[in-house]
Design a protein around this ligand. Structure first.
Ligand code: GLN
Length: 485
């Protein structure tokens, strides 16, 4: 078997049965990365020696667990004691974290092997991975196009078969949007479902770690590995964890109600997306689901609210990069103030600076009530919309993006156009609900499109079951980009 062209679950089973060794698997992925990643640049670095060592330990029976021997790519904002954690920023160039993120530690405790760190927009701010200080990532379906962002490297790694699964973070869409543009499954769990300990903070009330993979079943398997309460993150839910994988294997939920909101259907969407959503509606009807209209009247304020709340939190979180504690420090400053100012001016990229300025502005005393406080109030209304909607349905179906992957460079001069990429994703973060993006076929040009499903708070198990109904009825997840072998 070719370990690079299976799903994560199939690979896990093949290794467990001894059909392929963990070392053969690791070597096959490392070889594929060495061959194709110079074109894609999904990874900043891979840990070849460590990967092969751990794979050998799996083969020797010293490492066991539900993910034994499965290689995983992780986003470069997840701290690891091995390698560097740079957030694709100059300010963290050469940063070596003193601890490992809980989600990553849990993955490895389940037997998985961290292959390497993936490219991202600097500090996860962006929708195309073009804001990386370390070069962009190409979309494996068309290398002149962006992979989406900010977790573009993780999405591209799974799409290019460099890893059967990856972790990313989603603050306003950064897992679901790149998953959609790269034709893979991407899930943002409920806020609080997964520990954020060791995830470099962008906007702490919105950030959530989640999986990229090739099937819904894979997402469930990864979720089981990383979920759970962590005393090191007080926002992680302290309740027994449902068994997502087992639930998904049990099959289809009965009496399904799928919600549709007119606020997510726009004539401005690419026709391929409208068609994808229509087809998904058909799939659910065929499966016996009831289709219900839900109203999410505050949807249109999502982008404005998000770019107030997220920048406010970012301006506070990024204050720690001062040139003294850690990270880049300027040479020969005139005095202490100059040291702070010059280190930050040299270390941060343009978009990060823009966000820090916006965030500082909305928090300053004269504007706090008019912007930040007001945004929090509207955020509450957006959450209320979903609370009401989920009284009428089990999941809400909508597009993930307004169109397929755009050309590199197309939106770099227009921050607002870039921000508008998130119209269909940010409200899940603002309200905390889980969302999953699923491959939904290709445009005439051969670019992936996706549909998105929202679930109610902490209802991932049912959301995954509902997603699987669509996946089983279609064959979209089997489309792969042709990149040579
Ligand atoms: N594209 C959004 C932003 O730039 C979302 C980023 C994210 O989810 N990390 O803020």
């Amino acid at each position: 078997m070719n370990p690079c062209s299976t799903t994560l679950t199939q690979l896990r089973d093949a290794i467990a049965k001894g059909e392929i060794s963990a070392v053969q698997t690791a070597q096959a992925y490392l070889d594929r990365i060495a061959l194709h990643d110079p074109t894609i640049h999904a990874f900043h670095e891979t840990y070849n020696e460590r990967t092969l060592e751990r794979a050998q330990q799996v083969d020797d029976g010293k490492i066991t667990g539900p993910l034994a021997g499965v290689p995983i790519a992780i986003k470069d904002n997840l701290c690891t004691t091995f390698g560097r954690t740079t957030c694709s920023s100059k300010i963290l160039d050469n940063f070596q974290a003193p601890y490992t993120a809980t989600a990553v530690a849990k993955l490895e405790a389940a037997g998985a092997i961290v292959l390497g760190k993936t490219n991202m927009d600097e500090f996860a701010m962006g929708s195309s991975t073009e804001n990386s200080a370390r070069g962009m990532t190409a979309n494996p379906w068309d290398t002149t196009r962006v992979p989406g962002g900010s977790s573009g490297g993780s999405a591209a790694a799974v799409a290019a078969d460099f890893a059967p699964g990856a972790l990313g973070s989603d603050t306003g869409g950064s897992i679901r949007q790149p998953a959609a543009l790269c034709g893979v499954v991407g899930m943002k769990p409920t806020y609080g479902r997964i520990s954020r300990y060791g995830l470099v903070a962008f906007a702490s009330s919105l950030d959530q770690i989640g999986p990229f993979c090739r099937s819904v079943e894979d997402a469930a398997l990864l979720l089981d590995a990383i979920t759970g309460h962590d005393p090191l993150d007080s926002t992680s839910l302290n309740e027994p964890v449902p068994e997502h994988y087992k639930t998904v294997r049990q099959g289809t939920p009965k009496n399904l109600r799928i919600g549709l909101a007119k606020q997510y259907m726009s004539d401005a969407n690419d026709p391929a997306l409208t068609k994808a959503v229509e087809q998904a509606i058909e799939v659910y009807k065929q499966a016996g689901a009831e289709i219900v209209e839900v109203d999410l009247p505050h949807t249109e304020y999502g982008i404005a609210v998000y770019y107030v709340v997220a920048t406010a939190e970012a301006s506070s979180n990024l204050a720690r990069y001062d040139g003294i504690h850690y990270g880049h420090r300027t040479e020969n400053p005139d005095d202490l103030v100059d040291l702070y100012a010059a280190s930050r001016a040299e270390g941060f990229g343009e978009e990060v600076k823009r966000r820090i300025m916006l965030g500082t502005y909305v928090l300053c005393s004269g504007y706090y009530d008019a912007y930040y406080l007001r945004a929090l109030k509207v955020r509450r209304l957006i959450k209320n919309d979903f609370e009401q909607a989920f009284e009428q349905c089990d999941a809400i179906l909508c597009p993930t993006t307004t169109g397929p992957a755009f050309k590199a460079g197309d939106k770099t001069d227009d921050p607002l156009a870039m921000y508008l990429n998130d119209v269909y994703t940010v409200n899940a973060n603002l309200s905390g609900i889980p969302g999953i993006s699923l491959p939904a076929g290709l445009t005439d040009e051969g670019l992936p499109v996706a549909v998105q499903l929202f679930g109610s708070w902490f209802d991932e198990a049912r959301l995954l079951q509902i997603a699987q109904v669509y996946e089983t009825a279609t064959s979209h997840q089997h489309h792969r980009p042709t990149m040579g072998n």
